[in-house]
Design a protein around this ligand. Sequence first.
Ligand code: MN
Length: 352
Amino acid sequence: MLTIGAFAKASRLSPKALRLYDELELLRPARVDPETGYRYYAVEQLEQARLVAWLRRLGMPLARIRQVCALDEPAAAREIRAYWARVEAETATRRDLAAFLVDHLSQASEEDTVMLELRYAALSDTGLVRPANQDTAYAGTRVLAVADGFGSGGAPASTAAVEALKVLDSETLPAGSVLNLLEDAVQGATRAVRDIAATDEEVGTTLTAMLWTGSQLALVHIGDSRAYLLRDGELFRITHDHTLVQSMVDEGRLTVEEAAAHPQRALLLKGLTGGASVPAPDMRLQDARPGDRFLLCSDGLYGTLTETDIERTLASVPNPEEAVHTLVAGANDAGGPDNVSCVVADVVEARA
Ligand code: MN
């Protein structure tokens, strides 16, 4: 048995930290003298004391440290990997929000030399298997949107979410308030979906939408529809699926290939639903250059065609109208297992 002083020295932790760990039930002394209250530690506790100190330095919450300390080494390693993957995913979301704010606040002072505008097309199709189309796709001068409804009121839910965003197409956008406008519109969409779904959490819709500001696109995203950017002939996915399988991929528990074939691949972690607390969607600002081509689509497209197929079509079909028809036809040629929706928008220099 070591006294707290000797144990502190051996573990390179202060007696104060050891008393704190005791109070927090992270590391209990092996024996406490009932008379004097002195704490005694076993030599075998050194390893655990160091682990606690490292996990505290990592910023792991106390409850989770307690769990990790109770596991054997391989299980503890898996838990730490999963915890860190979660931290990185959350940091990425915050980084995007920070970039959005920086862009948003810097934009007011920038002067645009080139006027840009969008050429766009939208198409939604039932596919060959589903009895009805619960998807909604829309493209206007400023608003691009895809929504994939689910549950008994899926079709009206996706329609209502997109309708709530369409108001942005008819309003003149006051400079510098794009963030607020989009946020208000999303709140409107959330309320509209809640009205339709009542309190049913199984009814709702995904929503992936972009608002054109004249030089940039504000992006809002919740669920598993996606936005892609084709730039210089290369396809980039610019949204993150809010699905169980994506979170398992993030945590290193599943490969991308396993996720694509997983029986629960459609299980959403986030969506606009009738649930009491709808989680906040991802929001960020996306820069746009002449020649950029954006694609918004439901899972009926990317779940049926490979990203290579999608990239090839987007890179080879010149106008948006023809591109959305080619993509939808491609999904239906591949069996059309789900409703399929696409919006294609090209960033072009405005004709004077
Ligand atoms: Mn779908």
